[in-house]
Design a protein around this ligand. Sequence first.
Ligand SMILES: [Zn+2]
Length: 126
Amino acid sequence: MASAALFVGIFLDIDHIIDFFLFSGERFSISGFTSWCYEGRWERLILIFHSYELYALFGLLVYYNPHPVLLSIFWSVGLHLLLDQIGNRYLIKAFIISPWFYFFTFRAWGGFYKDWMTTPRKLRGR
Ligand SMILES: [Zn+2]
């Protein structure tokens, strides 16, 4: 259970790499990837696994199949999403991520564009 929770808790961020390949147009390198993510150079993000909707669907699966491994993955993903929701909001100095960011439908509604999902800090007087 612990191994599954740890693996999935980390593996969940693989969608950042998928988005990097889809949208960056850059050749992959660790430094290029981390700066693309954490300096906010991205213009679009899908982040398929960082979605409360997907998490809710997985929760239904776990509810009807309460296997200990699925339960540990469920709690691990929930903790990951919660910590991302709290910790990533102000991670990048140039903008603030919307509180709705981790809803897939919110991101899709705005075409997965940064301008839809973020607010520049200078507009908030910071
Ligand atoms: Zn994450």
